[in-house]
Design a protein around this ligand. Structure first.
Ligand SMILES: C[C@@](CO)(OP(=O)(O)O)[C@H](O)COP(=O)(O)OP(=O)(O)OC[C@H]1O[C@@H](n2ccc(N)nc2=O)[C@H](O)[C@@H]1O
Ligand SMILES: Nc1ncnc2c1ncn2[C@@H]1O[C@H](COP(=O)(O)OP(=O)(O)O)[C@@H](O)[C@H]1O
Length: 311
């Protein structure tokens, strides 16, 4: 490795997401649920700084508490770097510095964003030159949500959530996110949903077996109509997340009473996403939630997918 290589640092950025619509179907043979979702990337970003090294390591910085995030080989960013190295035959390693802005285990795909930004950063740092399509294929091996963090924007996801097709979307949407003190584990929320459906004999209907995104969502996105979108927001996982953190119901109610057009659990939760009519309305929601001791952050969507911050 040359001295020049040692000093090089490549930066890449990837967004967090909210699921505008999430329909969960049957469990497949591989243990994953068949889903149909509409993702929107939001302007809360993970910035990954990659530099040459002979081994693989990751450190976190920023205001988000990352105590619960592993920094060994089970970290999603390290998995991403190792996968890219294996795939391309690259023989070195990488040191990753991640500035985290997406809440951990919050249902906003922060780990997926770390993996997506790492793929983009390492591909540039190592000069391995994989095309976007190949990176998306690698991303799907890392997690169901990782391809979307690469692609960004607004998109439909089927299969495990990794099969993406673009959604025709206009306009910009303003979101307020209510953050929880304690995260929720994605597999645990899926398991809770299965348990709930079994307990209440909610058979997966034939329609659910092949879940789909409601037409209203697509129409609202095409029109860029915030009120129509607010009415179309839906998340099948919400019932399970509310059972695991019952206090979230009060958070949703408070946000809606404070002017949010709608509040919904983001993905597997526990972050609650409020759709606001505009930035003034968003501020009012934030003031009201924080007066009740709830931490919030504001963002807009759609945001771009994973990209380099340096040339
Ligand atoms: C719920 C969603 C909604 O977008 O997002 P998050 O709330 O995690 O952000 C996703 O389905 C999460 O995607 P992601 O977090 O990438 O999941 P993975 O790492 O691939 O899978 C973790 C575990 O979640 C469960 N899983 C995930 C996706 C899926 N379609 N069915 C599942 O049952 C499986 O138990 C799997 O082992
Ligand atoms: N780079 C990473 N960033 C965040 N979490 C990670 C990372 N690598 C592994 N994890 C683990 O993945 C779990 C889910 O992470 P995260 O993507 O933040 O939430 P969610 O899946 O709810 O969107 C966390 O509990 C964490 O321990």
């Amino acid at each position: 490795m040359s001295a020049n290589q040692t000093s090089t640092e490549v930066a890449a950025r990837a967004p967090g997401k909210v699921n505008l619509f999430l329909s969960v179907g049957a469990v497949r043979e591989d243990g994953y649920h068949e889903v149909a979702t509409a993702y929107q990337a939001v302007s809360l970003y993970e910035d990954v700084y990659a530099s040459h090294a002979s081994d693989f390591a990751v450190t976190f910085e920023g205001k988000i508490n990352t105590d619960s995030v592993p920094t060994d080989g089970s970290n999603l960013a390290i998995k991403a770097a190792r996968l890219l190295a294996r795939k391309t035959g690259y023989r070195g390693g990488v040191h990753l510095r991640i500035e985290k802005n997406v809440p951990v285990a919050g249902g906003m795909g922060g780990g997926s964003a770390d993996a997506a930004a790492t793929l983009v950063a390492c591909d540039a740092l190592w000069g391995t030159g994989l095309g976007r399509e190949e990176l998306v294929r690698l991303a799907a091996k890392l997690g169901a949500d990782v391809p979307f963090a690469l692609v960004g924007g607004t998109a439909l996801g089927t299969g495990r959530g990794e099969r993406l097709s673009p959604a025709l979307a206009t306009g910009q949407f303003t979101w307020v996110f209510a953050l929880a003190d304690q995260g929720l584990s994605t597999p645990a929320v899926y398991a809770k949903l299965d348990e709930h459906r079994e307990k209440h004999a909610l058979d997966i209907s034939p329609a659910r077996e092949v879940p789909s995104v409601d037409n209203d969502v697509l129409q609202a996105l095409r029109a860029g109509d915030t009120i129509m979108l607010a009415n179309a927001l839906h998340n099948d996982m919400q019932v399970a997340a509310l059972q695991m953190q019952p206090g979230l119901a009060d958070v949703i109610e408070l946000g809606e009473r404070s002017g949010a057009l709608a509040g919904i659990v983001s993905g597997s939760g526990p972050t609650v996403a409020f759709l606001a009519e505009d930035s003034d309305a968003a501020l009012e929601i934030q003031v009201s939630l924080s007066a009740n001791g709830i931490r919030t952050v504001r963002a807009t969507g759609p945001a771009s997918g994973a990209r380099l911050l340096t040339d």
